[in-house]
Design a protein around this ligand. Structure first.
Ligand SMILES: Cc1cc2nc3c(=O)[nH]c(=O)nc-3n(C[C@H](O)[C@H](O)[C@H](O)COP(=O)(O)OP(=O)(O)OC[C@H]3O[C@@H](n4cnc5c(N)ncnc54)[C@H](O)[C@@H]3O)c2cc1C
Ligand SMILES: NC(=O)c1ccc[n+]([C@@H]2O[C@H](COP(=O)([O-])OP(=O)(O)OC[C@H]3O[C@@H](n4cnc5c(N)ncnc54)[C@H](OP(=O)(O)O)[C@@H]3O)[C@@H](O)[C@H]2O)c1
Length: 544
């Protein structure tokens, strides 16, 4: 660590100023009474919504659930304008929260944390920023997000490209002018499925490079009318109960019926009605869609037929519908006119399974079959998810052991909240927690409140250090695997849930698939039993 700059001493330091960091600051400062600062790499608050301003960016959680529930007054005074808000509206909401709870005065922007070392003698975390500023804090809370480390593929020749290229997760705030340009978009996940229709409307030509075809259901975004908004205000308690009791933190219930409880005609009518309604609720049409492959096949085939019916060119339709994994085994996108976009004269699909990318040239992208001349390349290629933002920092725990070393074979956590060997480091929505399998603000609130309660309990009981016990983490890791294997999710072998999108990343199913409500009950139980599975100590750490 640099020794030159003065050190700011704090009770707690929070890294990241998205949904997680903002609420963590409020809880630790205003409820637990700690001295707290938040360090944020971006120039302003918002996290995901600060960075992802690509064309077509939007929520797939419905607005009345994609928000905080901790304050009824806050919930009731905010009015959403659309079913699925985009970055400007979500950022307005988060700024409103920050002003209402006076958060900005304790956030340092344009401040990237590059190192955090646990100091055993002092029982504190020594933290360094890119600019060389130093902090020390008893508690370190990572609120760095699951999807904040952009994954730009290492394609040979990128540096030689004569045009401009962008990653959707680091989109320029001034926007990109596509008019008159030949654009190549690499990637067809949730992001690419949102951006392609909007880019196609502006660009001279759009080529979409698809490696893995994806299911998508129409979002059916629309303005919200006053009667819906009034109902949401009045139903706060019921909506809060719903998001806290459903497996994914969404405000809708998963149907109790199974796929084969109904005959083919009725099933088709159920899918048709869910398709018309739009959104992630499609997945909730039957209880066994992500549990049983034969059941899942019926939904998969329904969507594939829709794709073939929408897309006029049979070859393009076949490539788009050539989906090799169960429906919803990857996070299922929702879209506005994605498949329809391929009926435009200025849009072409390249199937990378038939002709893989060989390199990027000064003129464009060359596949095994030919070169595609381009002025702009858009990488909608996702993120080094969940572990990426943590491992990008030089985090060292007891004995100077790096997190990278501790996680060489994949993330090892207890409840996704702590890592053995890293005392007093808490990870909001860390790997091993429900996180990305949920409507995330609900999971974030649960983690932030649990961490706040844990730290308050430590202080009330004269405990200096809290650290996950290795046996508890091992048992939890086995349970995370077991929960994933009880679903169809691991069958999408190219999924970022498994780390498969980043070459060399260990293949470990990272989020907890056992459901948020069940997870919450388990975390509450652990706390009620005096933080069972965590080693709570006073005094200096023993050498180990
Ligand atoms: C395009 C997109 C759409 C999404 N839509 C939905 C949705 O509809 N529903 C849903 O539930 N979830 C959605 N998500 C997931 C989304 O990430 C979460 O909903 C939520 O915003 C996460 O909040 P967070 O505060 O935990 O993390 P983030 O919002 O990712 O914030 C983390 C912050 O930490 C900062 N940071 C990271 N490393 C450092 C460092 N070393 N030093 C300093 N600062 C650092 C980052 O700059 C970032 O601002 C979406 C994600 C993406 C990418
Ligand atoms: N609210 C929303 O609607 C919304 C919008 C955007 C994002 N999100 C969240 O963010 C997550 C990430 O979404 P994302 O679309 O950004 O990322 P993603 O789901 O990981 O999709 C990335 C796409 O890029 C492709 N790709 C990656 N590397 C490539 C390479 N080297 N060559 C060719 N293609 C490559 C992937 O193909 P493979 O599949 O073959 O790897 C995939 O099609 C989502 O799952 C969701 O949780 C939500």
């Amino acid at each position: 660590m640099h020794q030159s700059n003065p050190v700011t001493a704090l009770d707690a330091l929070v890294i990241g100023a998205g949904f997680s960091g903002l609420y963590q600051l409020h809880c630790l400062r205003d409820r637990a009474g700690l001295s707290v600062k938040v360090l944020e790499a971006g120039g302003d608050l918002g996290g995901t919504w600060y960075w992802n301003r690509y064309p077509g960016a939007r929520c797939d959680s419905e607005s009345h659930s994609y928000c905080y529930f901790f304050s009824k007054a806050l919930y009731q005074e905010w009015e959403w304008s659309e079913r699925y808000p985009g970055p400007p509206e979500i950022l307005r909401y988060l700024h409103h929260v920050a002003e209402r709870f006076d958060l900005k005065r304790d956030i340092r922007f344009d401040t990237r944390v590059v190192a955090a070392h646990y100091d055993e003698d002092e029982n504190c975390w020594q933290v360094r920023t890119e600019a060389g500023d130093r902090y020390r804090a008893t508690y370190l809370v990572s609120a760095v997000g699951c999807l904040s480390s952009a994954n730009v593929p290492d394609i040979p020749g990128l540096e030689s490209f004569a045009g401009r290229w962008y990653h959707t997760g680091e989109w320029p705030h001034e926007g990109v002018d596509f008019r008159g340009k030949r654009v190549g978009q690499v990637g067809t996940g949730s992001t690419g499925i949102q951006s392609a229709p909007v880019i196609a409307r502006e660009a001279a030509h759009l080529t979409v490079f698809q490696r893995t075809a994806q299911y998508s259901v129409p979002a059916r975004n629309a303005p919200l009318d006053e009667s819906f908004r009034r109902r949401v205000r009045e139903d706060y308690d019921a909506i809060r109960d719903a998001v806290r009791s459903t497996p994914n933190g969404h405000p809708f219930r998963i149907a109790k019926r199974s796929v084969f409880d109904v005959d083919a005609k009725e099933r088709h009518a159920i899918y048709e009605s869910a398709w018309e309604k739009g959104g992630l609720q499609f997945r909730a049409s039957f209880r066994d869609l992500v549990l049983d492959r034969t059941a899942n096949d019926t939904a998969a085939e329904f969507i594939k037929q829709k794709i073939r019916a929408i897309v006029r060119d049979p070859r393009t339709a076949a490539a788009l519908a050539d989906i090799d994994h169960p429906y919803a085994a990857k996070r299922p996108p929702i879209d506005t006119d994605y498949f329809e976009t391929f009926n435009r004269d200025n849009v072409a699909l390249v199937d990378l399974r038939a002709e893989p990318i060989e390199r990027i040239t000064p003129a464009g992208i060359r596949t095994r079959a030919r070169e595609y001349p381009l002025d702009i390349i858009v990488f909608a290629t996702g993120f080094d998810a969940m572990t990426g933002p943590l491992l990008r920092m030089d985090i060292r725990g007891r004995g100077g052991r790096t997190l990278a070393e501790a996680w060489r074979e994949g993330p090892n956590t207890y409840l996704g909240l702590q890592v053995p060997g890293f005392p007093n480091l808490f990870t909001v929505t860390g790997p091993g927690s429900p996180s990305v399998l949920t409507n995330m603000p609900v999971a974030i609130e649960q983690h932030v409140e649990w961490i706040t309660d844990c730290i308050s309990w430590m202080r009330a009981n004269g405990v200096d250090r809290c650290e996950a016990a290795p046996e508890a983490a091992e048992r939890w890791g086995a349970h995370v695997n077991e929960a994933a294997n009880a679903t169809l999710l691991p069958l999408a072998t190219h999924s970022w849930y498994l780390g498969a999108n980043v070459p060399g990343k260990p293949r470990v199913f990272m989020p907890y698939a056992g459901g948020l409500a069940r997870y919450r009950a388990h975390c509450d139980d652990v706390a009620a039993k005096g933080y069972e599975g965590f080693v709570m100590c006073s005094g200096k750490p023993s050498a180990s």
